[in-house]
Design a protein around this ligand. Structure first.
Ligand SMILES: Nc1ncnc2c1ncn2[C@@H]1O[C@H](COP(=O)(O)OP(=O)(O)OP(=O)(O)O)[C@@H](O)[C@H]1O
Ligand SMILES: [Mg+2]
Length: 458
C-alpha cells in the first residue's frame, strides 16, 4: 500500500520524458516540493510505478522508439492505470496536438499540459493533482476501515459486541444448537446468519421460520410438511421447512411462541434428528443444525411452565445474549454514520452528517427498538432532511436541549449541571473522586455542587 501517513516525507512524482534536458530542468524545478523520480521510456516508467508507487505522473506522449508518434505514450498510460487506478497522470503534448490530449483524458488521464513548459503553471496543476490524490486515498482507506470493522455485516466495536463476535467464531465451527436472546431489533437474525455463513454448512440452505408470525393452524405443516390427503385440502405431498434445511441450518425465530404440542414434536426432532410429516407414518431423518431466537425470557417461561424445560435445555446448549444498543459504548455514532451513508447513497441524497444536537440526541435516546429503530429513524431522516446535515427533528428525536429551553439561563445551566453530574456519578458507581476527575473539577467542588443542586450522595 501507499504510504501517505508520513507527511514529513515528500510526495512522489514521476516524470516521464525522453529528452534528458527537459527532464533535468523539470527535476530541478520541482525537487523542493516533491520526491522527483524520472523515466525515459515506457518500460522504465512501468517499473517505477511498481517499485515506487508515485501518486502523480507527468507523461510526455512522444516516446522512444518513435518520439514523434504517440502510440508508445498511450500504451504507457494504459499500463500504468491498470497497475494504479487512482494514479493521476498529467499528459504533456506538443503545441497543436490538443486532440491527443483530449483522447488521453478519455483514456483516464487526469489533465494535460501543452508545451512549452511553464513551470509555475505546471506547479499549480501538480499541487491540485496531489491534493485530489490524497483525498481519494483517504476516502478509500476510510471505506476499507468501515468494512474491516464490520463483522459479517454487523457494525460495532464495543466490548459487548466484541464478545458476541468471539462467541460466533466459537460456535460456528461446531454443530450445537444455539439460542440467541435479546431485545427486539438487537440483531439476533444477523447473528444466526453469521453463524451459518461461518459454519461447515455454509453451502447448505439457511432456512428461517418465524414461529410467531405463522398462524398456529399452519405452523405444524410449515415445519413438518404433510402427506397427500393428510387433511382436507392437502392435495399434494409437501415438505416442511425442517426438511428444507437438510444439510444446512434451520433458524427458528421467536421460538417462545411455539404451542406445547409443537414443542413436543420439535423436541423429538432435536433428540433423534427424525421427523414425521403430518398424516405420514414414515420417519424421515433430517440433518439440520438448529438455531433459535427469542426476545422472551425463556428460562423464566420454562420455570413458569409456559415453555418446556427439556426443550429449553436442548435448544439452549449455548446462549448468545445480545446487548441492547444503549449499552454498547461508542457503537451508536458508528452505526448511525454507516446507516446514513447507506441510505443517503441509496436515495442519492447529498447528506453528509449529523448536527451536533442530532449526535447528542442519538447518544441520549434510550433505543427501546435498538438497531432496527435506529435504522428506521435514519431512513426517515434521510428522506425528510432539508439541509445537508440531519437534525434531531429529522430523526424525530427530542433535542436534548429542549428541556433546558424556555427558562432563564441560570436555571438552564443548573438543570444541565444536575443532569450531567448525575449521569457521570452513575457511570462511576457513585465514586466522587472518579466522577470529579471525569468532570474536570476537584472533589470538594463536586461535593459543593451536589449540595447546591440537591443531588443525593449514593
Ligand atoms: N450490529 C449491526 N450492524 C448493522 N446492522 C444491524 C446490526 N444489528 C442489527 N442490524 C440491523 O437491524 C435490523 C434488525 O436486526 P435483526 O432483524 O437481526 O434483529 P432481531 O434481534 O432479529 O429483531 P427482532 O427481535 O425484532 O426480530 C436489521 O435490518 C439488521 O440488518
Ligand atoms: Mg428477528
Amino acid at each position: 500500500m501507499i504510504d501517505t501517513e508520513h507527511s514529513s516525507a515528500k510526495p512522489k512524482l514521476l516524470i516521464i520524458e525522453d529528452e534528458e534536458e527537459i527532464r533535468t530542468q523539470m527535476k530541478w524545478a520541482l525537487m523542493e516540493e516533491y520526491e522527483v523520480l524520472v523515466a525515459g521510456d515506457r518500460l522504465n516508467a512501468v517499473e517505477m510505478i511498481k517499485k515506487e508507487h508515485p501518486l502523480v505522473v507527468t507523461l510526455d506522449l512522444g516516446m522512444p522508439p518513435r518520439p514523434t508518434e504517440v502510440e508508445e505514450g498511450f500504451l504507457a498510460l494504459s499500463e500504468m492505470l491498470a497497475l494504479e487506478p487512482l494514479l493521476k497522470v498529467i499528459v504533456i503534448t506538443a503545441h497543436g496536438e490538443r486532440h491527443h490530449a483530449l483522447h488521453a483524458i478519455s483514456q483516464g488521464a487526469y489533465d494535460f499540459f501543452v508545451k512549452p513548459l511553464k513551470i509555475d503553471e505546471l506547479k499549480i496543476l501538480l499541487s491540485r493533482a496531489f491534493y485530489l490524490s490524497h483525498i481519494e486515498r483517504e476516502y478509500r482507506e476510510l471505506k476499507q476501515r468501515a468494512f474491516d470493522e464490520s463483522f459479517d455485516g454487523m457494525i460495532g466495536t464495543s466490548t459487548e459486541m466484541e464478545k458476541i463476535y468471539a462467541s460466533i467464531r466459537k460456535v460456528s465451527t461446531t454443530d450445537v444448537p444455539v439460542l440467541i436472546v435479546g431485545e427486539s431489533g438487537t440483531g439476533k437474525e444477523l447473528v444466526a446468519r453469521a453463524i451459518h455463513r461461518r459454519s461447515l454448512r455454509k453451502d447448505g440452505l439457511f432456512v428461517v421460520i418465524n414461529c410467531g408470525a405463522i398462524p398456529e393452524a399452519l405452523l405444524e405443516t410449515e415445519l413438518f410438511g404433510h402427506e397427500k390427503g393428510a387433511f382436507t385440502g392437502a392435495h399434494i405431498q409437501r415438505r416442511g421447512r425442517i426438511e428444507a434445511a437438510q444439510g444446512g441450518t434451520l433458524f427458528l425465530d421467536e421460538i417462545g411462541e411455539l404451542t406445547p404440542p409443537l414443542q413436543v414434536k420439535l423436541l423429538r426432532f432435536l433428540q433423534e434428528q427424525k421427523i414425521e410429516r403430518v398424516g405420514g407414518r414414515e420417519e424421515i431423518t433430517v440433518d439440520a443444525r438448529v438455531l433459535a431466537a427469542s426476545n422472551r425470557d425463556l428460562k423464566k417461561a420454562a420455570a413458569e411452565g409456559s415453555f418446556r424445560e427439556d426443550l429449553y435445555y436442548r435448544i439452549g446448549v449455548v446462549i448468545v445474549s445480545m446487548p441492547p444498543l444503549r449499552d454498547r459504548e461508542g457503537d451508536i455514532p458508528l452505526l448511525a454514520s454507516a446507516l446514513l451513508q447507506k441510505y443517503a447513497s441509496e436515495t442519492k441524497r447529498s447528506i453528509n452528517g449529523f448536527t451536533p444536537q442530532a449526535l447528542l440526541g442519538l447518544e441520549s435516546h434510550s433505543w427501546p427498538g435498538n438497531v432496527r429503530e435506529l435504522e428506521n429513524r435514519i431512513k426517515r431522516a434521510v428522506i425528510m432532511a432539508e439541509g445537508r446535515k440531519i437534525t434531531p427533528e429529522d430523526l424525530e428525536l427530542v433535542s436534548p436541549f429542549a428541556r433546558y429551553g424556555g427558562g432563564k439561563l441560570k436555571e438552564a445551566r443548573e438543570a444541565l449541571e444536575k443532569d450531567l453530574i448525575t449521569r457521570v456519578l452513575k457511570s462511576k458507581n457513585g465514586n466522587l473522586s472518579h466522577a470529579a476527575a471525569d468532570l474536570g473539577i476537584s472533589r470538594p467542588t463536586l461535593y459543593e455542587l451536589m449540595q447546591k443542586l440537591g443531588i443525593a450522595k449514593e
